[in-house]
Design a binder for this molecule. Structure first.
Ligand SMILES: [Zn+2]
Length: 404
């Protein structure tokens, strides 16, 4: 997104349109009078904005029986089906692409292995995957309004520039502009875990909370912090690097250069390696019967009462809990969401996390604090879509559609 600064008048326009659209989207069917009441906008402004939204096809009128049984009142709801967006989850060696309508309904999707070692290979491969996806779905794609892309790494979300990726060297990679130049549509770029945290807030397990922390454990370990309904981003734009909290001063060297970071012990590869070492030493375990082990097979064994698998996962729970307790003390969230394969053994892991949280954070902060599993972890592109949804709700994308 390379809009730069926008003038005050335009900003007010954008915010007012967004306020109206948001109310209709989140509380519709809703009447114009109710919109004016709740938004504190003048009825004339509401009428003007809803006319623009109607003309653009973003909302529609529906007749609703008034509760008093009198004449039918006209209410408004959002219209999502005519607007499509492409959401992409870019992994270290795969790409997943989903076509969504603006309500978040899946229209089509594709998943491919995707190997790249340089920024150029990433760019070329990404563009060709998108072109193939678009031409393969030509008959179903309606008006394409935005792209969303999440990836592991550090991102400037304002400019859509990828500043760091854990698996390849990037040099201020202008991803949003690259997509816009090739496909003529605005593109939102974000960190994958922060995107998932936002998705859980809009559509998943933290929908009921304004403040939540999502911790995701996969190849690495990271967090997304939602404060007052927004992803918390610092001046330097990226926060939530919980994976680099030092857990063991004498631990293994981390890819970040420090020692004993959380993700050197509490990440899928670290857990698999640790369990494999114990198996090689001859520890009795049902896992000995398997050819190779994965995080999922360890979780399954733990669920079946395997002692080695359970102990290994409890250890991870303790480490995650220790890091979580620190973030709870800092942010006092209403809900903790855990994402990743490890949630398959949540009956084993979550009690360990809870014990640590209860002994290492303030009791007023952890009293009644739910620790729940992600509901959307198996929808890899939903994080990317949630950035598009946010751009509708905050007016950034909405205003563009109105001005088209
Ligand atoms: Zn580290």
């Amino acid at each position: 997104m390379t809009g730069g600064q926008i003038g005050n008048v335009d900003l007010v326009k954008q915010l007012n349109s967004a306020a109206v659209y948001r109310l209709i989207d989140l509380q519709g069917p809703i009447s114009r009078i109710q919109v004016a009441d709740v938004s504190h906008l003048a009825p004339a402004s509401v009428t003007k904005i809803t006319r623009q939204l109607l003309e653009r096809g973003l909302i529609k009128e529906v007749a609703q029986q008034a509760s008093t049984g009198g004449r039918r009142a006209i209410s408004l709801t959002t219209e999502s089906a005519a607007f499509h967006s492409i959401a992409i989850r870019l992994g270290r060696n795969y790409i997943e692409i989903t076509l969504y309508d603006l309500s978040g309904k899946h229209i089509a999707s594709a998943a491919h292995n995707f190997y790249y070692t340089t920024q150029q290979e990433l760019t070329d491969g990404l563009l060709s995957h998108i072109r193939r996806f678009i031409s393969g779905n030509q008959n179903v794609i309606k008006e394409l309004v935005a792209f969303g892309i999440t990836l592991p790494g550090l991102i400037d979300p304002e400019k859509g520039i990828v500043e760091y990726m854990p698996n390849i060297d990037v040099n201020n990679f202008p991803l949003a502009d690259t997509i816009k130049d090739n496909f003529g549509v605005i593109c939102f770029v974000g960190n994958d875990i922060r995107g998932l945290a936002l998705a859980e807030h809009y559509f998943g397990s933290s929908k009921d909370s304004k403040d939540s922390i999502l911790v995701s454990m996969h190849h690495g370990t990271g967090a997304g912090i939602i404060v007052n309904g927004q992803i918390f981003l610092g001046f330097n734009r990226n926060v939530g690097e919980i994976g680099h909290i030092q857990i063991d001063p004498l631990g293994d060297k981390c890819q970040c250069g420090n020692f004993g970071c959380l993700e050197t012990v509490a990440a899928d590869p670290a857990v698999v390696t640790h369990v494999q070492q114990l198996l090689d030493q001859g520890y009795p375990s049902s896992l000995q019967e398997l050819d190779g082990i994965t995080m999922l097979s360890i979780c399954e064994a733990a669920n079946n009462g395997d002692e080695l698998a359970s102990q290994a996962l409890i250890k991870v729970g303790n480490q995650l809990g220790k890091a979580l307790a620190m973030t709870i003390n800092l942010f006092n969230p209403q809900k903790i969401v855990i994402a990743g394969n490890i949630t398959q053994a949540k009956d084993v892991v979550f009690p360990a996390i809870r014990r640590c949280v209860e002994t290492q954070s303030l009791s007023t902060f952890h009293k009644d604090l739910p620790i729940v599993a992600s509901e959307l972890y198996n929808q890899p592109t939903i994080g990317a879509f949630s950035m598009i949804k946010r751009a509708m709700l905050n007016g950034v994308l909405l205003q563009r559609l109105l001005e088209d």
